[in-house]
Design a protein around this ligand. Sequence first.
Ligand code: T3D
Length: 265
Amino acid sequence: MRTDFQHLLIQQDGGVLTITMNRPEVLNAINETLLAELAQAVEAAAQDEAVRCVVLTGAGRAFGSGQDLRSLDEGRAGGATGKVSEHLQKYHRVVLTIRTMPKPVLAAVRGVAAGISCNIALACDMRIVADDARFIEAFARIGLVPDGGGGYFLPRLVGVGKAMELAMLADEVSGPEAERIGLVNKCVPQAEFEVVIAELAQRLAKGPTRAYGLIKKLIYTSAESDFETSLRLEGELQDIAIETEDHQNAVAAFLQKRPPEYRGR
Ligand code: T3D
């Protein structure tokens, strides 16, 4: 796994890979370099069998402040032409890789998560946030629509009415409120944040990784399909899961009254 990035910190602890967006002076605003590096890092994590859980977070007091508006402005002033939809494909590469990688991805959010940074957090499988977290679908503040999958994730997480409110008003949602409306999984006091993240990430990294990958496929596909299609997929995926070493060892462990040990195979 490459670690010599300009705007990312990479740390591996056992099966947990932590990717930290690292431009704290601009609240981890995403410029071209950070975006390219983030795409490379999540793709490498997806491929690496030694990585069994990914944590995505931000350095300093924020998760991320969205697209770097200074570089956006400078690009325009410098005569950048191309359609924004072409630029968005780079963000799509990141969110698609997060959603499809066959292992859990946690967003660890403290401070602000605005614009595309907010939507990258929403792409993750779970969001654990500190009680100073602030989610802002900031796009409408600058006359844009939510991108990076925001228009897809929001109504699925919080319902159409609330999604509309968050996207149109672009008001801040605090960490506790985000937990209450289902935008995040858990909001914890800042003092406990790092421990809670580390414990959950290690727990997931020591879990049945193959089954977790299949669970992602089942849950994300089922959100889009009818009941019978979901039941068919469930059967196909269970055919795979039941052949894994982790399943067979876990059944043996239960019968022998000992804790299971998952190897991710
Ligand atoms: O082409 C495309 O890609 C279009 C796609 C766009 C996707 C998007 O993400 S659109 C949304 C872009 N993001 C925003 O609109 C948010 C802009 N930032 C803010 O509104 C505020 O900074 C925050 C609410 C996020 C945080 O406020 P606060 O008071 O905690 O911090 P601050 O003082 O405003 O920011 C600290 C520094 O970070 C400051 O720099 P300075 O003055 O100390 O030198 C500020 O300019 C800088 N910063 C914050 N956000 C950005 C940024 N610099 C560049 N780009 C930013 N997005």
